[in-house]
Design a protein. Sequence first.
Length: 111
Amino acid sequence: MKKAIPIIILVILILGGVGIYFYFQSVDNQNVELENKMATASKSYFEKYVSANDSVNTYKITLEDLENANKNGENYDLKGLEKCDKTRTFSNVTINYKNGKAKDAQVELKC
C-alpha cells in the first residue's frame, strides 16, 4: 500500500501535465486562427484603402479600421475578434515597393 501512493501521485501529475499541455495547445491554435483572420483582412484593407505612394514601409491597420470598413460595405471575417480591444488589436502591413501590394502582416492581438 505504501508503494502505491507515490505511483498514484506520479500518475496524477503526469495526467495533469498532459491535460495542461493540450489546453495551452488549443489556446495557441485559436490565437493562430484569429491572427490569420486579422492578417487576411488587413492585407485586403490595405490594398483597397491605403495609398502605397507614401515613403512608409509598414502601415498600421487596427481592428477598428476593419470594423468600420465592414459597416461601409466590406465583408471581412472578424468572428472571434469581438472581445479584442478595437484600437490595440492591429496589424502592421509591410508593402512590396515593386508592385505596391501588401507583402506581409504582423498581428498584435489584445483580447
